[in-house]
Ligand binder design. Sequence first.
Ligand code: ACM
Ligand code: ZN
Length: 574
Amino acid sequence: MGVQTGSCVLLFMMKTLKLILITLFAALSCSRDVEILPCPEIIPNPAEVQMQAGTFDVAGAEVVLSGRLDSLSKAYLTAFAEHLSAVTGNEDGRGRIIFRQDASMVSSCPGPLGKEENYSIEIKPRKITVRAAGLNGFVYAVQTLKQMMPPQIYGQTPAPEVCWEVPCCTLEDSPRFGYRGMLLDVARHFYTVDQVKKFIDMMEIHKMNVFHWHLTDDQGWRVEIRKYPELTQIGSKRRHTLVGHHHTSNEYDGKPYGEGMWYSQEQIRDVVAYAAAKGITVIPEIDLPGHMMGALATYPELGCTGGPYEVMGKWGISDDVLCAGKDTVYAFLEDVLEEICAMFPSQYVHIGGDECPKVRWETCPDCQNKIQELGLADDEKHSAEHYLQSHVMRHMSDFLAQRGRKIIGWDEMLQGELAPGATVMAWRRTENGHKAARLGHDVIMTTRPYLYLDRYQSEDKSAEPLAIAGYLPVNMVWSFDPYKSEKDDAEPLSDEQKSHVIGIQANLWTEYIATYDHLEYMVYPRMDAVSEVQWCQPESKDWECFRRGLDRMRVVYEIMGYNYATHIWGESNL
Ligand code: ACM
Ligand code: ZN
């Protein structure tokens, strides 16, 4: 009996000790997470946050959907609730997270995009209330909430040992620009549907809303067009690929590239729907009338000389471009764009217009006849051939307008006459965007020295994989000011002209990026800086807060298994 009593006491003492240890551990591990920081470690930094005392335990919290939510919002939030429950350990929590549809949460960003993107979050000890007008606001609220939670939320395994408390606060947030894009070039190197979806997932984390899909170029045609099946059978394949830099090398790898490297229409629709479920619009680019060697190798009759042409294995610009004098070329492009419109519901279609040399047009009888027929002539600003390119862009713009679409084109559209209603994507200089804004056209800034993620990330180029050029560290991306011209004597934009700057986009051209692992290295963490430039008003940007946010984001990258460049942490990737 005495022994029995003794063992009971021992058992009781051990149980009590275990309870004390668990409680102590929970208290210790929680104290780190609920620390009230001078600014939240959230990228992009929210517009307004008021931190308050107290915490909310998200573990096992009940998720409630309230109001008139559309089906995409419901699906997104239900998936979040399931993930939250699975990762936090599915215990019965005491709090509720209410997602409330609120039609008043609309943003005043310039341009047609980004209207339902505002959101607010109120965190109290027993209740979180999220308000948004529609899917985009809810997506961003969820992303912000996830960034306030321990980074294990980005994992897939249950982590009941983690302290899942988040600090109480009130948060109001809205984007600075309605168009917040990333371009991926899948023509120079191809990325599978799963990889493209992974890229879209990272855009979602960074509150971006446009995926600009560069689908065709001199080095490969990568979208199925049913009327022209040879485009993907022939135009997607090149004989070989350049080794080394295109300025200095003439060596090729001897390996054919491109077999099966194109997207079927079904796959395209799958990606478009995948992105739409995250509030991301996919804008296709069919780059014309230059950058068309994929099409010319397939159908040489579309060129000025009739060929023969070859899908390029080298990077750079081709003198061979579509003939702007032949009616068959216009018919071909209309057919292609017709099928593109059927695949992509986006209001915008990007039709390129960059880097189109005029040497073939200058000596082509068909092009010269077209110039005569249209009454085009050189003037002090531009050549007749530049006006011929404007005619091509205008023709396609009119064709798309009849289908309710608007064009975006690169800033070469300013050489000649801009098509009415065209949106200009300024890539060479910010000033080109300002020029377009002064003409009353909408503009998206993708200024190369700041937003081309194919550039080097270290001054020591020998310590990095081969890249196209330049030097673009994270802080330089972060410093981009879309209203600052390169020209010292440029007139500042008026408020009305500023309202034509509808967005900012970073571009990832893939001449020198052959694998998805390398792609991630080029994108992260510069994408974080891009997102702040796109989302934050200048007064909401704070380098120290951003740096702390990056330290946290690094843990997220680790958990998600992303490859990333480490220069910002003073480390070499080699
Ligand atoms: C471009 O980089 N050629 C738009
Ligand atoms: Zn021609």
